[in-house]
Design a protein around this ligand. Structure first.
Ligand code: 8GT
Length: 144
């Protein structure tokens, strides 16, 4: 009997992403992807992959400390929506979290550039996985 071999697809990579908002939600922070990562130099919302056993909020808190040197209280992480994107290098599920309060001043900790942006963003290129959320921000927050 012929066994049907189904190629196993790797599980989606779970990613926590922060929409750090200031100025009554008119501005949000973007950062450039550091050298050595896929899509290096592309602009993205700060964030990164969940580690084993972490919740979205825990991963976000860790990533914000590692990437930007800021502290975020769990109660100030508003999990907003989830999107998926397929890249040649990875299939990701992005958990988007709005954050309006944190401790410290965001400073690049990994050699990346950062920029406060309003809509439409002026930095480019932007990581394609962020497009749907930029679009949603445009339509959900009229004040931006
Ligand atoms: N942080 C972030 N990641 C995004 C965005 N949009 C998007 O598609 N991604 C994807 O989500 C994944 C995040 O992984 P990463 O490599 O940046 O995460 P990390 O900091 O944990 O990386 P590491 O492997 O060096 O530890 C990448 O595949 C990236 O392409 C975005 O706006 N922000």
């Amino acid at each position: 009997m012929n066994a049907t071999l189904t190629p196993s697809t790797p599980p989606r990579v779970e990613v926590a992403v922060a929409i750090l908002l200031r100025d009554d939600d008119r501005e949000f922070l973007l950062g450039s992807r550091p050298h050595g990562k896929p899509y290096a130099g592309y602009w993205e919302f700060p964030g990164g992959k969940l580690e084993a056993g972490e919740s979205v909020a825990q991963a976000l808190q860790r990533e914000m400390h590692e990437e930007l040197g800021i502290q975020i209280d769990h109660q100030h992480v508003e999990i907003w929506r989830t999107t998926e994107h397929d890249y040649p290098h990875a299939q990701v599920r992005l958990h988007w979290c709005k954050v309006r309060l944190w401790q410290g001043n965001p400073q690049p900790q990994e050699g990346q550039q950062i920029a406060w942006q309003s809509l439409p963003p002026t930095v480019e290129p932007i990581l394609p996985g962020a497009f749907p959320v930029l679009d949603a921000l445009q339509h959900s927050t009229p004040q931006i």
